[in-house]
Design a binder for this molecule. Structure first.
Ligand SMILES: C[S@@+](CC[C@H](N)C(=O)[O-])C[C@H]1O[C@@H](n2cnc3c(N)ncnc32)[C@H](O)[C@@H]1O
Length: 212
């Protein structure tokens, strides 16, 4: 599916999120508190649009994804790229100072396993930051947003994306995804501590942070 959306992935994101995606990526970088010299895993990095934002900190950032189509669509972005399955990462234990996954955890088909893999490859005390769609906190806004997700978003995607059907899946996967509290519990269950989160754009997206 991601190979199919790769060609117009970046522009479709920006259109569907009304340009909010750029701000969300900056906040993700800030939440990671990166320093030059840190070794950072950007998992499910896709076209590496999330990785270049992280690399602007001076940290050494590696983009990992199992869609070769997505990685190829980001070939012009000069960060190291690794073909990797989140459920069986090709990295040794305790390899990274920080790890992050933006709009990717919702797509892996075994979330606890992916979290366990992230914990395994992080150094003890390493920082985890997850940026993901979430649940708007105010009920009237949530109602309008759900209407946008299920009706307007697939219609707009038909005009912009290289694979509109994938955006019906996108809307359904966002609806089915755990809210802020439930994702916090999953992260804790994977053995992380200091779990906290900040809402963005009224809770449309949230950044969860934790320590390995
Ligand atoms: C919505 S894109 C996010 C890309 C990028 N992080 C961003 O913020 O734009 C989700 C990515 O998750 C990747 N993905 C899904 N399951 C995966 C898995 N098991 N292992 C590695 N990547 C996976 C897909 O290939 C896709 O590139």
């Amino acid at each position: 599916m991601f190979d199919g959306v790769a060609r117009r992935y970046d522009i479709t994101n920006t259109v569907l999120s009304f340009g909010q995606d750029r701000g969300w990526r900056k906040k993700t970088r800030k939440a990671l508190d990166l320093r030059p010299g840190d070794i950072v895993l950007d998992l499910a990095a896709g076209t590496a649009v999330s990785t270049v934002e992280l690399a602007s900190s001076g940290a050494h950032c590696v983009a990992a994804d199992f869609s070769l189509g997505m990685l190829k669509a980001g070939a012009h972005r000069h960060v190291p790229k690794v073909a990797a399955d989140a459920l069986s990462l090709p990295f040794a234990d305790n390899s990274f100072d920080a790890a992050t996954i933006s709009f990717g955890l919702r797509n892996v088909n075994d979330v606890p396993k992916a979290l366990a893999e992230l914990r395994r490859v992080l150094k003890p005390g390493g920082r985890l930051v997850i940026c993901e769609f979430s649940t708007p906190t105010l009920k009237p806004f949530r109602t309008v947003y759900m209407e946008y997700l299920m009706k307007a978003l697939p219609a707009v995607a038909t005009k912009v994306s290289s694979s509109p059907a994938a955006y019906v899946y996108l809307a359904e996967s966002i609806r089915a995804w755990p809210d802020q509290f439930a994702l916090g519990d999953l992260i804790r269950d994977a053995g992380f501590d200091h779990v906290r989160w900040q809402n963005m754009t009224g809770g449309i997206a949230a950044i969860h942070s934790a320590r390995a």
